[in-house]
Write a new protein. Structure first.
Length: 224
């Protein structure tokens, strides 16, 4: 009876999913120690102690290492939940299943239960609880979960401050460009105010006065 068991499978969850993916590709005629060592990339001694016996306990292979009918259903997503349910009922006692029906959120209780009923240490009970959690969840896509990694956008380099351009040396032949105020209507350069005082003799004739102002217009205001 399942209630009399004092030891429970400690198959690493990663190996559970890896083997299931391999069985999806092709079911081997015999699951040998060498097969497990190659597929799981581990030593034969470790495969013999940590994988092979648990596959038999879970009903995936028989005593001769041949895959069972359960193995064919195990690899099928449609039958996967019923396989997990069958394994739970065969391997794990009812008091555990009743007490810890959601081990994902209550992993501590599951580990304590396995520790009390097997006397195993921390590492062993953690593996028992992890496999039990996988069986309870019965999610065929559980092995495809990947950790999400937050990728930070690369920081944009700060723009270098613009260096002040050195003052340009003016060559003798270079002069700043100007705009003709008669064309643009905009005066360039500083305003210049001229105050002229003209002394005209009181006895100057009208012609002489006219010549004075004509000369001013010609030479000062450059009017033709």
């Amino acid at each position: 009876m399942a209630d009399a068991k004092k030891s429970f499978p400690m198959l690493p969850v990663a190996h559970w999913w890896t083997l299931r993916r391999k069985f999806k590709q092709s079911i081997p005629g015999v699951v040998s120690i060498n097969y497990l060592s190659s597929v799981l990339d581990m030593g034969e001694a470790s495969a013999r102690a940590n994988v092979y016996p648990f596959l038999k306990t879970l009903g995936i292979i028989d005593d001769d290492g041949k895959p069972t009918p359960r193995a064919k259903q195990w690899r099928d997503d449609g039958h996967y939940p019923e396989v997990c349910k069958a394994v739970l009922e065969e391997v794990y006692p009812s008091d555990l299943r009743d007490a810890v029906d959601n081990p994902r959120e209550d992993r501590g209780t599951a580990k304590r239960w396995f520790a009390n009923h097997t006397g195993a240490g921390e590492a062993a009970t953690s593996r028992m609880a992890a496999l039990y959690t996988v069986l309870v969840e019965a999610d065929p896509n559980g092995g495809s979960e990947t950790k999400k990694v937050a990728v930070k956008a690369p920081k944009k380099p700060k723009a270098a401050p613009l260096a002040a351009s050195p003052p340009r040396e003016m060559k003798g032949e270079e002069r700043p460009s100007t705009v003709d105020d008669t064309q643009s209507g905009v005066q360039i350069g500083p305003d210049v105010n001229l105050n002229l005082q003209i002394h005209i003799s009181a006895d100057a004739s009208a012609d002489q006065i006219e010549q004075i102002f004509a000369s001013m217009a010609k030479h000062i205001y450059r009017r033709g």
